[in-house]
Design a protein around this ligand. Structure first.
Ligand code: MLT
Length: 407
């Protein structure tokens, strides 16, 4: 008899963004004459930077000629891209990361979802609340969380991120083994200082724990004091894995390219207390389950680091941050307390009502604007909404006009 993985039955409803898409589709079907503006899921709208497009075209031409055609590439990514990442994203910021510690992939969502396969079933996992749902759901699927009661899984340790702590979680009061951190944060837009990240690295070192650091939104950091990488923190190479993505940085949500950094010094332990290289494990996993990102896409990603590419991608994040300012200014003017949008593309807004989904419905039905209900990210998100700055200027301005009218 074929048995199912019963852990799936512990998952709460469907994936948050699938849930939202379903509600929006139903609304649109019932109101075909209304134009809905989407500021929910963080999906980019602006075209790829010209430098990336040119590199991709050139690579496609290479694939069209027998002399330059390429079949399977290295699972970990081509050296040209790994070298460019190590030099520009890390060494240029004083963070010691070698090219062969970088694993190119098709998305940070997939990597943050898949990485938990490397760890034992009985470990204690700590997640921020609110949290990007992928961290939680994948641990539920793997059987690490226990059942969900009143919106919380019994075996997860939740790290509240609230207005009181500036949306940066305090260290846990009980020992934990695996810690998910995301800065600039999705969904709150909060950032962590050098001192705050140092405290987490010290915690991980003292407790033989591991930090999974999601830095998918680092390109939006404008405050020069804020670290872009966990490896800017002394001691992090032994206790942290970092995830990055070209999705939001360079408009690659539909093109797919990201990477994970697993330092060779980063370890986990056997039950007997022996150390195991996580670089070796991830390499084993990656070579077994992944066949690499396509050559034209990796060439396009490499172009992000060219002189024109850097200038064009900076212009892209500047553009979305200018959208974020419009959203911040409007919502603040309407009297809402908010955070984010200055070093990240998300604005986290206290709605003043208890029910995030009700507020979501109100904005959808009365303003035809889609946002994300904060409670979809966890209990601490109840009473908040997240507005994404990813859309055209015209649509963001129109959305703000409509929201002004209905609130
Ligand atoms: C979000 O809206 O939180 C993101 O777009 C989700 C993702 O990047 O997977």
């Amino acid at each position: 008899m074929i048995l199912v993985n019963e852990n799936y039955a512990k998952l709460q409803s469907s994936y948050l963004f699938a849930d939202i898409a379903k509600r929006v589709k139903a609304y649109q079907a019932a109101h075909p004459d209304q134009t809905v503006i989407r500021l929910g899921i963080g999906d980019v709208t602006e075209p790829l930077p010209p430098a990336c497009v040119a590199a991709m075209h050139k690579a496609v031409d290479e694939m069209a000629a027998a002399a330059t055609f390429r079949g399977y590439g290295p699972e970990q990514g081509y050296d040209f891209l790994r070298e460019a990442i190590a030099a520009n994203d890390y060494r240029a910021r004083g963070a010691a990361v070698d090219a062969d510690e970088i694993f190119v992939s098709d998305g940070a969502k997939c990597d943050t979802a898949n990485i938990q396969e490397l760890f034992g079933a009985k470990i204690t996992v700590a997640v921020p609340d609110p949290v990007y749902p992928v961290y939680v759901d994948t641990n539920v699927m793997a059987g690490r969380t226990g059942a969900c009661r009143s919106g919380r899984y019994g075996r997860l340790v939740y790290l509240p991120c609230t207005a009181e702590n500036g949306y940066v979680p305090a260290l846990p009061e009980q020992p934990v083994d695996l810690i998910y951190l995301c800065f600039p944060n999705n969904p709150t837009g909060a950032t962590a200082t050098h001192a705050q990240l140092s405290a987490w690295v010290q915690y991980a070192r003292a407790n033989k724990a591991l930090i999974l650091f999601d830095a998918a939104y680092e390109a939006f950091i404008r405050n020069p004091e804020i670290p872009h990488s966990i490896y800017e923190i002394e001691g992090a190479r032994e206790v942290a894995i970092e995830f990055r993505s070209f999705s939001k940085t360079a408009g690659f949500t539909g093109t797919r390219c990201a990477f994970t950094v697993v330092p060779k010094t980063c370890v986990a332990y056997t039950r007997a207390g022996d150390t195991v290289s996580l670089h070796a494990l991830w390499n084993r996993r990656h070579t077994t389950k992944f066949n690499g990102v396509s050559y034209p896409v990796q060439r396009a990603a490499e172009a992000v680091y060219s002189a024109e590419g850097r200038q064009q991608t900076r212009a892209l994040s500047d553009f979305y941050l200018a959208n974020a300012k419009i959203i911040r200014d409007t919502m603040a003017d309407l009297g809402f307390a908010l955070t984010g949008g200055e070093n990240g593309p998300y604005i986290w807004i206290q709605t003043g009502t208890r029910d995030s989904w009700k507020f979501f419905d109100r904005l959808l039905e009365r303003a035809q604007v889609v946002v994300t209900p904060g409670s979809g990210f966890g209990r601490c998100g109840e009473g908040y909404i997240r507005i994404s700055a990813f859309n055209s200027r015209v649509r963001v301005e129109e959305a703000m006009t409509r929201i002004r009218r209905v609130l």
